[in-house]
Design a protein around this ligand. Structure first.
Ligand SMILES: O=C(O)CCC(=O)C(=O)O
Ligand SMILES: [Fe+2]
Length: 462
């Protein structure tokens, strides 16, 4: 499952590239074509071949109704929340509310935010989503003739590769009526954007992304009057070739229940955005996340690797290090930072929201935190080593990095945006401890230690 990580250049996150592109564009807009425009199909075939649409009518009726009911229940239970993500060094709330479902112990990282899965297929609300995932992964991408027959049944799985093994599902929800402000799409003038231009991050190279779209034409419980198509405007997907202002963009309107796929390298060569329609809408996006460093099993084994260098005296309970080689210490430092910043702080930054609907992560997080605490004690032993100078240099870069990252997480936790969240969802700056905490040999704030190490490289160590 774990291949190379796709690292597309992202115009959204590349300030310089973005500036240059906008400058070249000036007052002009990039043209785009929709289904009623001439040349739409040719443009799709020539420049967007990795995009595949599967119409609502090829999905079983019961699946639609189960999946849609599950979405509504998940939302009612408060599982879908806006993420406080980081874009170009600034914190912003996503316009859409999200929840991550998927393989137990898996995570998905986007915009400096690690989302933790609610295991898929266990609870009643997740089962239909698991069925949907199954249905989408068995879909053999049709040939041209089939594609033109808009309601063809999906054919059997592709024999050469087998079904796709999606490991995470990111659910999205947005009700435009509840938003005070929705950004306009800047490059083409496609309209209001629910999700800005981006590449999907953290995917296995060339992993397809399969999306199911559900527009709530009627509020739940509202009398079923046939919605007049002319009276509502559709949700649409916008696509454009990355770093290209000459190829026209493509706009794909979606009926409720439609699915689309981004296949091959479409996600890395192109950007996509989601354009809001008039109604509230859910989407269920199925992906193969690159998780070589993104599973609980992975980080647990990393901690074990570091802790295998720690000996606990069976009588006194005191700890000592087995090896004091700089390379060993260096490795321990890296693992220390990884578990603290990629797992513990990521988790607690998202507040107690996970425990509201999923207790799955509570115990593992406690365990990781106690491993991390042992790593804090190891460090002190490292300082007592013989080759102090070399040791100090080894420790210095890890300590500086740790100090800076702790500062960033502190700031993020106390930002004005974070403060607008209700207590249950508000970021928690954890782990945190006071200067007089007897269990913690090192202080939370490393500034003093760092400056001591820097100023007296010979006998620097406390
Ligand atoms: O809602 C959609 O159709 C796609 C959403 C999307 O692009 C994303 O979640 O990455
Ligand atoms: Fe996306």
């Amino acid at each position: 499952m774990c291949g190379l990580r796709a690292q597309p250049l992202d115009a959204q996150n590349n300030r310089e590239g973005r500036r240059r592109l906008l400058q070249e564009l000036g007052d002009q807009k990039i043209p785009f074509l929709g289904p009623t425009d001439q040349g739409y199909q040719q443009l799709w075939d020539s420049s967007y071949a990795g995009l595949v649409l599967r119409r609502s009518c090829s999905v079983p009726v019961e699946l639609h109704s189960h999946v849609q009911a599950a979405f509504l229940t998940l939302r009612k239970k408060g599982c879908l929340l806006r993420d406080l993500v980081r874009v170009r060094d600034r914190d912003v709330f996503t316009a859409v509310s999200r929840a991550l479902l998927g393989e137990p112990g898996h995570t998905y990282r986007y915009l400096d935010t690690r989302l933790f899965t609610k295991p898929l297929g266990l609870g009643d609300n997740e089962k239909p989503v698991a069925q949907l995932k199954h249905s989408l992964s068995d879909y053999h991408i049709e040939d041209k003739e089939n594609q033109e027959d808009r309601c063809s049944q999906p054919s059997s799985p592709c024999l050469c590769t087998g079904p796709v093994k999606f490991n995470v599902t990111l659910l999205n929800f947005m009700d435009p009526a509840a938003m005070s402000h929705i950004k306009e799409e800047p490059y083409c003038g496609m309209g209001k954007m629910a999700v800005g231009w981006h590449h999907d991050e953290n995917l296995v190279t060339h992993s397809p992304v399969a999306v199911y779209s559900y527009s709530c034409y009627m509020a739940p419980g509202e009398a079923s009057s046939d919605p007049s198509i002319s009276e509502r405007s559709y949700w649409r997907i916008g696509l454009k070739v990355a770093w290209d202002i000459h190829t026209p963009g493509l706009m794909l309107p979606l009926e409720s229940g439609d699915c689309y796929y981004m296949r091959d390298d479409l996600n890395s060569t192109h950007q996509h955005c989601v354009l809001a329609g008039d109604t509230a809408r859910f989407s269920s996006t199925h992906r193969v996340a690159e998780c070589s460093k993104g599973t609980l099993t992975y980080i647990q084994s990393r901690c074990q690797e570091a802790l295998s260098n720690l000996r606990t005296d069976p009588e006194t309970g005191s700890h000592s290090l087995l090896a004091l080689l700089p390379t060993t210490l260096q490795l321990c430092e890296e693992i220390h930072n990884e578990v603290e910043f990629e797992w513990l702080r990521q988790y607690w930054f998202q507040g107690r929201r996970y425990t509201r609907f999923c207790r799955w992560w509570s115990r593992p997080m406690e365990q990781l935190e106690s491993d991390w605490r042992l790593l804090e004690t190891m460090e002190e032993d490292g300082r007592a080593g013989d080759n102090r100078r070399e040791m100090a240099e080894t420790l210095l870069s890890a300590l500086t990095d740790r100090h800076q990252q702790r500062q960033t997480w502190r700031d993020r936790c106390h930002s004005t945006l974070a403060q607008t969240l209700p207590p249950e969802e508000a970021p928690v700056d954890r782990p945190f401890w006071g200067v007089d905490d007897p269990r913690m040999p090192l202080p939370f704030d490393l500034a003093e230690i760092i400056s001591r190490v820097e100023s007296k490289p010979q006998k620097c160590l406390p």
